[in-house]
Each structure stands twice: as C-alpha cells, then as structure tokens.
Design a protein around this ligand. Sequence first.
Ligand SMILES: [Mg+2]
Length: 280
Amino acid sequence: MNEEQLKYCKELAKKIRIHCLKMVCAGKSGHIGSMLSTADIYPVLYTSILNVDPKAPKKDDRDRFILSKGHGGAALLACLAELGYFPLEWLGRYYCDDGKLSGHISHHIPGVEFSTGSLGHGLPVACGMAMAAKQAGKKHRIFVMSSDGDLNEGSSWEAIMLAGQHHWDNVIMLVDYNRLQALGKSEDIIDLEPLIPKLEMFGWRAIEANGHDIEAVEATLKQVPLEAGKPTAIIFRTVKGKGVSFMENDYKWHYGGLTEELRDKAIREIEDAYAKEVAK
Ligand SMILES: [Mg+2]
C-alpha cells in the first residue's frame, strides 16, 4: 500500500466512525461498540482486497463479503455509501421508520450480500457459496466477518468443520476479536481460547493481526494465497468502541442510543486523533 492509499484508508476509517456515531444518535439505537471495532478493516477490504465494483454490485465474478455480525452493520453501510454503492443521504435515516437502512443489515441494500443479525448465519451461508463456486469452477472468494459472539454459535462451528473437511480455500473468515460481547467478557461467557490451535485442528489456516493497523490489516489479507488448500481465518485483535475513550473496552456500549452531547464529544476525539495521525 503506498502513502496515498494509506492516507485514503485512514480518512475513510475516520469517516466511517463519524457516520456511525451520527447514525446511532439519529436512529436512537445501534451497536456502536461493535461498529467502531471494525472501522479500520473495511477501508482495506473494499479498496485493496475484494474484487468488487460499486457500479456493478452484482457482477458475477465479484468476491462476496458477508457480515455475520450484522448488528454492527452500520460501519459496513457507511463504507458502502462512501464508496458510492448508494446515496450518503440514506445514512441519515438509519434505524428510522421512514429510512432505507435497518438496524441489522439487509440484502435489499446495494453491496450487501446477505441479511444478517441473528448470529451464526454468516459462516454457513459462506460455506454454501464456497461449495457452489467450487462446483461451478468459479474463482471468486467468499469473505465473512465473524466475532466473539458469532463464534459462540454452534452453527458457526458446524460450518468451520465443513469448510475444513472439504478444503474450501475460497472461504476467508475475518474475526473481529475484541474479547467482549453483548453481556460481558467473552472469556467469562464462552471462552474461545485457544482459538488459533482450535481452528487449525479443524483444518483451517489461522493467523492473527492487529485489526486497527491499516498496513498490517492489508499485509495480512494480501498474504492469503489464492489456492491455500484450506480455508483461512484471520483473527483481528480489535478494541470494542475503538477511537472513543469513554466507549473503548466497555461492553455497556455494545448496544444503545447516544445523546447529541456524547456524539459530539466522541466525534471531536476522532477528529483530533485523525489530525494528530496525519500530522506525523
Ligand atoms: Mg466482540
């Protein structure tokens, strides 16, 4: 990634975070902590990794991206809007009765492959798409974003077993591993550790990376071989609520509304941090 691309990705991540804060405030609800922890991954995915085209969101050979943690979908929606999949104005009516964007994501929105929200659905669907692509001799890949809570679901592990057994190397799972979920610390609810050896035992390649270091995110995604012979999992270490001091690492910001005062305070923090970053 050159300097210009890096700058663009950092700016896009900032915009995604600010959109999310405005969306949750306007919609009076949303999963803000889960949105903020993924905001540095989407810019890399959509500008450097996925074979996708905002002008042709249904082109046959596109890579598929499925957000299994659909409750945090506002961050994906903000990214898609910034890239031109649909008008930015739609973001202003997120979670509103007269708006187009629901609290969980819907495949009726351009660029969204599959409606999700209930956890444990993304990986099984990704496996179906992977099998179909293999049988048809197609080369596109299926990326799916999972999370702590999503990997607590039995259906996720059924899909992990299936993809491992059949060597579906066209499946790439990204885990937003912030170690928190709706009601507390993941280690206190259903501990996923040791996650990497567990995935390896299920027949996957598993690697980890800092999910907030844009260059590391890109380098890790780029090193996934096109024909790895087995599915790949990338465990992105992230921070729930990343970028907003009073939200970071606090599961109480998993879900809820946001006052205008707190929204503005959070936006100031994000803008200040971005200004410092670009001044380096
Ligand atoms: Mg989590």
